[in-house]
Design a protein. Structure first.
Length: 189
């Protein structure tokens, strides 16, 4: 699959995303793990493999924000936006704080992110404020997805998990977008 195989309305988007994803995946990785006084010779190789996997997972997080944040009608807010949030659509009236996993945030960080979303909602009452988690703790939960309503600071926040965050942003194109991302990760990693 290439951007040429994309549905007509997504050709330009896929072409641009291919460039961005390739750039992310081609970034130089650190190859030497940090030292620990308790490392043994037999475990140093394991740490190098773990470092490589961790770096790929971090790149996947960057890729997902770029892909969803640049989907038509959405904007990647990047670091430094005054809201402190990740993705916004003024057309669809949605703002998203995006995480790769349901356990990415500890309780304190999750509260801070809910605070940011509730503050945005108070200042922009017509927006749907979303805490989105790309992956749940199991494959089945991720593929089934879920949408829950949370009340934080007397404000309604939606929690989209798994496939549902892709459906929210990409609509009927969610599956082709996921397949395309997987193809590019296999191709350029």
């Amino acid at each position: 699959m290439t951007f040429k195989d994309a549905p007509k309305h997504l050709e330009t988007y896929f072409k641009e995303m291919e460039k961005e994803i390739k750039k992310i995946l081609k970034k130089t990785n650190r190859t030497t793990p940090t030292h620990c006084i308790f490392d043994t010779t037999s475990k140093k190789g394991d740490k190098a493999i773990a470092l490589s996997i961790k770096q790929l997972e971090m790149k996947k997080g960057e890729i997902v924000q770029i892909v969803l944040g640049n989907y038509p009608e959405f904007q990647d807010l990047k670091t430094g936006d005054t809201s402190g949030l990740d993705i916004k659509s003024d057309d669809k009236k949605i703002i998203i704080e995006l995480k790769m996993r349901t356990n990415t945030d500890n309780a304190s960080a999750r509260k801070t992110n809910y605070d940011k979303l509730s503050k945005f909602k108070l200042n922009n009452p017509t927006y749907e404020c979303v805490y989105g988690c790309v992956n749940d703790d199991t494959e089945i939960k991720t593929l089934n997805g879920s949408i829950k309503t949370i009340t934080h600071n007397n404000v309604e926040i939606k929690r989209y998990t798994g496939i549902e965050i892709f459906k929210l942003v990409c609509g009927d194109d969610y599956n082709i977008v996921i397949v395309f991302i997987k193809y590019l990760i296999d191709t350029y990693n």
